[in-house]
Design a protein around this ligand. Structure first.
Ligand code: FBP
Length: 255
């Protein structure tokens, strides 16, 4: 994971929403272009960039360490969520990835299939010297609240138990409860996931402050950066909060 860290902390830019949500939900005329995001990643000083393989093949410029998402799904199927592998670890290596990313829907009726597939991906990635980052999102009929203290801690712990180097999980809404998730993750580094764009920059920065104060290693976010009218200014503020301890009121807002 060291390649993704600066002084033990990290800001990662995520751009797989084109697959996960579809272009008409999240994108405008600027951020629909992957080149716009790849440019933000390097100019904004991000420590990692998460892409699906097709975007990486055509747009990745090698400037920011790549996290290759090796599974994913669209938003169209209904029912219990499952995201299957769509890219091999070997192919991720050939694209220059320094880590693989894998989403697990904790609590889904298909959870055990994702656990098994993740296990195979994790072992191959370790063999090839890649870091393993898992997006652990509690989801499905069995999950009533995906940002509670209990379920976020379960998400972080699942990542530890299954061998991930880092877990990307939703924010609980306050520092104290998120600290339990960070503690539950043990040596698996915890990253806060962003969620839909917050009402104001300060509202989002407050969440980031809260997560970092809780002991999170960093953030792995997308929409709150590249949907911002001034993504590079947002990147600067994020770096101040994460690396320079800028104080922002840790707002009690959930992602
Ligand atoms: P955002 O910061 O834009 O929420 O991105 C984080 C992320 O995990 C993406 O990598 C992924 O595409 C998306 O959220 C998944 O969102 P959802 O919670 O709707 O499945």
């Amino acid at each position: 994971m060291d390649v993704f860290l600066r002084d033990g902390k990290s800001i990662i830019l995520a751009y797989d929403q084109g697959l996960e949500h579809g272009p008409s939900v999240d994108f405008d005329n600027r951020n629909v272009d992957p080149a716009f995001i790849v440019d933000i990643a390097s100019k904004g000083g991000f420590n990692g960039l998460a892409l699906q393989k097709g975007v990486a093949e055509k747009y990745y410029d090698g400037k920011v360490p790549l996290i290759l998402k090796v599974n994913g799904k669209s938003s169209l199927p209904k029912g219990e969520p499952i995201a299957r592998q769509n890219c091999s670890v070997e192919y991720a290596v050939s694209l220059g990835a320094k880590a693989v990313g894998y989403t697990i829907y904790l609590g889904s009726g298909y959870e055990s299939e994702m656990f098994a597939e993740f296990g195979r991906v994790q072992e191959k990635a370790k063999d090839r010297g890649l870091a393993v980052i898992t997006w652990v999102y509690p989801r499905g009929a069995a999950v009533t609240n995906d940002t509670s203290k209990e379920i976020t801690a379960y998400a972080a712990r699942t990542a530890l138990e299954l061998g991930a180097d880092a877990a990307k999980i939703k924010y609980t809404g306050d520092t104290q409860s998120f600290a339990w998730a960070v503690k539950s993750g043990g040596k698996t580094k915890v990253f806060m996931s962003g969620g839909p764009k917050a009402a104001t920059d300060d509202a989002f920065l407050g969440q980031v402050r809260g997560a970092i104060d809780a002991g999170a290693t960093g953030i792995a976010v997308g929409r709150n950066v590249w949907q911002n009218q001034e993504p590079l200014k947002m990147a600067e503020k994020l770096k101040q909060v994460v690396f320079e301890n800028l104080q922002v009121e840790p707002l009690k807002t959930s992602s």
